[in-house]
Design a protein around this ligand. Structure first.
Ligand code: SF4
Length: 384
């Protein structure tokens, strides 16, 4: 019998797909893009190159990337930390323009956005690479891969928008890995999406510099930002990032009036101290406002933290109560389908406005973005 072999590239791609399926509680059809074998035929020269506007040439052909706070200095022929940007003869290039390795049609609740066009579909895209290395990453097979090692689609921005329309998606999401690293692709997608009245949304780690973020905000409608912990030590030890940079991003998004939701993954024994969670909630209320939706999500053992247990439900519920106690109006628990903390209630009259189970919306009591009972305006994007 012939033995079937699989290349590292196929393996990584297929692992990425499995992880993305496992991350969701509800599966959706794959977008009809070239099958694995067809896409494989397009492998040669498949990395999309585009000169980045976010670098400064230094002496001796060295460049400094100014896209994220890591500020990588990169020699000729080398790549930055995120693996998708390369110094080619003193010019700094993105290698993933138009070449996503993950393309899905997801419910927008999966991003998770709970205050953006509930119960609609989001055309969701990621390339390989990331500018952090979180020990709990659920998509590490693609986030920590080079684009050379994943199986990539040839999907220019205009085709993304076309496919989003065909699949009746009301938004295009850059997600699964850190979208900052494919910003050139996102900017063009966002510009074209706006012309077609399709929202551009991201799920991001917020580790981006001020100037590129300002550019992005011009085409961005909503951002879901991971606030992974509330100490610099946690960020340094578990993510290789920095808390200060993420807090600055959150404030900039507020200044730019981009609808923002926050995700905090609670990892047992790492960032589950209620004093820390209280301080984080207080910061959110005072710096961003009480109506910013906050999602506490349950950790499952993955990647470099396989030895830990899943977050106890009691810990998540304690965080939920702490956030409500601190005055946050929209607090949710994620990865706990069926829990009462999945629903949205009116902060004024306490009427249940949106009832959810997992990613499914079961009931919607909003009229033009207001509580249908007392007329209280609810933060979010409820129509385009
Ligand atoms: S975007 Fe990538 S190359 Fe640029 S500074 Fe960040 S990690 Fe380095």
């Amino acid at each position: 019998m012939m033995k079937k072999t699989i290349s590292r590239r196929d393996f990584l791609s297929q692992c990425g797909r499995c992880a993305l399926f496992l991350a969701g509680m509800k599966t959706f059809d794959w977008v009809s893009l070239p099958s694995l074998s067809e896409a494989q035929a397009l492998e040669k020269g498949f990395l999309g190159r585009k000169v980045s506007p976010y670098f400064t040439p230094l002496s001796d052909g060295l460049v400094r990337c100014e896209l994220c706070p890591r500020l990588c200095q990169v020699e000729k022929g080398k790549r930055g930390y995120c693996r998708v940007r390369e110094n080619i003869d003193g010019q700094y290039y993105s290698l993933v323009y138009g070449n996503p390795c993950a393309v899905h049609v997801d419910p927008i609740e999966k991003k998770p956005f709970f205050h953006v066009l509930p119960s609609t579909l989001s055309f969701s895209i990621a390339t390989a690479g990331c500018n952090l290395n979180c020990k709990f990453c659920q998509n590490w097979e693609i986030s920590q891969a080079r684009p050379d090692d994943t199986l990539n689609y040839d999907l220019p921005p205009a085709e993304v928008v076309e496919k989003a329309k065909n699949y009746k998606c009301r938004s295009i999401a850059s997600t699964y890995v850190e979208p900052t690293i494919f910003i050139e692709y996102m900017l063009e997608m966002g510009r074209l999406a706006r012309e077609q009245k399709i929202l551009k949304v991201i799920h991001s780690n917020g580790f981006i510099n001020a100037a590129p973020l300002e550019d992005l905000c011009k085409v961005l409608d909503a951002a879901c930002i991971d606030l992974k912990g509330f100490t610099e030590d946690y960020y340094r030890d578990l993510t290789q990032g920095s808390l200060g940079a993420v807090l600055a991003t959150l404030k900039r998004l507020k200044d730019q009036k981009v609808h923002t939701e926050i995700v905090n993954l609670i990892v047992p024994g790492k960032n589950d101290d209620m004093k820390e969670i209280r301080a984080m909630c207080r910061w959110i209320r005072t710096e961003l406002g009480p109506d910013v939706p906050v999602h506490f999500t349950r950790f499952y053992p993955l990647y470099k933290l396989k030895s830990l247990q899943p977050t106890p439900v009691a810990t998540l519920e304690q965080a939920w109560k702490t956030a409500l106690d601190e005055g946050l109006q929209f607090v949710y628990l994620g990865n706990l389908p069926g829990h009462e903390a999945e629903h949205t209630q009116c902060p004024q009259c306490k009427t249940r406005l949106i009832e959810r189970t997992g990613y499914t919306v079961r009931m919607l009591h909003l009229q033009d973005g207001k509580c249908s009972k007392c007329g209280q305006a609810i933060a979010g994007i409820w129509k385009i």
